[in-house]
Design a protein around this ligand. Structure first.
Ligand code: SF4
Length: 404
């Protein structure tokens, strides 16, 4: 009734998460998270911001319809309003006799249910779909995060400006290298012009990923500056070791111990002198500063991406000689890739061990025997985690630890 009077978003979210809403708990939690960001719960439901199976979509739409109806009720007396709300939500109070007293009504509404017997604990159903290096990276970072994202699919992350920036930049470079697979200095002016155009349209295509016009403009300008630095680097690279871009957004498919792994490789280059193939991954977020730092993550089984690409392209018949991360985050710095020469910066044995671990982890996830998905102990992993709101046992942040 309070929501009928005020329309307050926090009350609406509480109603959504209550058992009366008729919305499954995980879906309610997901929409509650969206509403916290956008402040528009009913609109988000009506737009269908979360991709849901038909049954669950019907539940949330029914909830939205009911809440719209309640908000529009014009009942002169509180008792009528109560009845209308009960009728709208098909609550038991509707069935009471018309002459029932207020005390009897409250007793009916507050009658406690018999406790349900506890379910037998069981493992989470084994993962039977394809695996990916990013899923294993998530599992390595925080098993609970993997559980939320892959086993529950509880929240569809609406994404952030950072992810929109990344998607747009990847699109721009894919398009750019379609026209310039062999960057040469003679084409410098045309390349600079073309990459500017590619960034402009790619960011326009991701316009909805940015919350405000100002943010969109700032991020587009940042990308334009970074793209010019990227061209600087291409020209240096071309002079030192001429290459041809032979793949853009290339599917990477690999079967490991009978389990399928899939991904997409941002770029594949062929060295014109040696014929060796370089696997290139664009990074618009933070990355290790040096090859040694990245290899340390591979050794610690905290990153599987480049090893997975290595094995996927090797299985496809390429002679992969280099694995490269290209940082595209900072417009003020020159582009300095983190490049690993296979056999020099990273050994075949290390790549083999990484593959063995991928097999072990995928077997663990496919087994259906995992009963607990522990939270990480590294609080920094929670900073941008989409599940932080729902995650009751996440580690305390540094500020909280000092405060206690
Ligand atoms: S909030 Fe932290 S502990 Fe919880 S799922 Fe996310 S990363 Fe893991």
């Amino acid at each position: 009734m309070q929501w009928h009077r005020t329309g307050a978003q926090t009350l609406l979210v509480r109603l959504l998460r209550s058992p009366c809403s008729g919305v499954p708990h995980d879906i309610a939690a997901a929409y509650a998270t969206l509403a916290l960001r956008s402040g528009e719960l009913l609109e988000a439901i009506e737009r269908g911001d979360l991709a849901l199976p038909a049954d669950e979509r019907d539940c949330v739409l029914r909830f939205a319809r009911r809440m719209r109806r309640i908000r529009s009720l014009d009942a002169p007396f509180e008792s009528i309003l109560r009845d209308e709300i009960a009728r709208t939500f098909e609550l038991p109070a509707l069935e009471r006799a018309s002459g029932e007293s207020e005390e009897a009504l409250q007793e009916t509404e507050l009658r406690l249910a018999e406790p349900q017997p506890l379910e037998e604990p069981a493992g989470v159903t084994g993962w039977q779909r394809h695996f990916s290096a990013s899923a294993l990276n998530a599992y390595a970072e925080c098993r609970r995060k993997w559980f939320y994202r892959y086993a529950c699919g509880a929240i569809e992350d609406r994404g952030s400006a950072a992810s929109a920036y990344g998607s747009a930049f990847h699109l721009a470079l894919e398009d750019f290298h379609g026209e310039y697979p062999r960057p040469v200095r003679a084409d410098e002016a045309a390349m600079r012009r073309r990459i500017r155009e590619c960034v402009t349209w790619a960011f326009e295509s991701q316009r909805n990923g940015f919350d405000t016009r100002v943010e969109f403009e700032l991020q587009t300008r940042r990308a334009q500056r970074t793209a010019q630095r990227y061209v600087d680097w291409l020209l240096v690279q071309e002079r030192e070791a001429p290459f041809e871009v032979v793949g853009r957004e290339t599917p990477a498919e690999l079967e490991l111990d009978g389990r399928p792994f899939v991904g997409f490789i941002d770029r594949l280059d062929r060295d014109e002198r040696s014929g060796g193939v370089a696997v290139i991954d664009y990074k618009t977020g933070s990355i290790p500063a040096t090859p040694a730092e990245y290899v340390e993550k591979v050794r610690g089984f905290r990153d599987f991406q480049l090893p997975f690409y290595y094995w996927a392209r090797t299985a496809a018949g390429d002679r992969v000689t280099r694995l490269v991360l290209i940082p595209l985050k900072d417009a003020l710095l020159d582009v300095r890739p983190v490049a690993l020469q296979v056999g020099r910066n990273i050994s075949l044995a290390e790549l083999e061990r990484s593959r063995t671990r991928m097999i072990e982890l995928s077997a663990e996830l496919a087994s259906g025997e995992t009963r607990e998905f522990a939270t990480t102990r590294d609080a920094s992993a929670c900073t941008y985690c989409a599940y932080a709101l729902a995650c009751a046992s996440k580690p305390p942040s540094e500020a909280q630890r000092f405060a206690s």
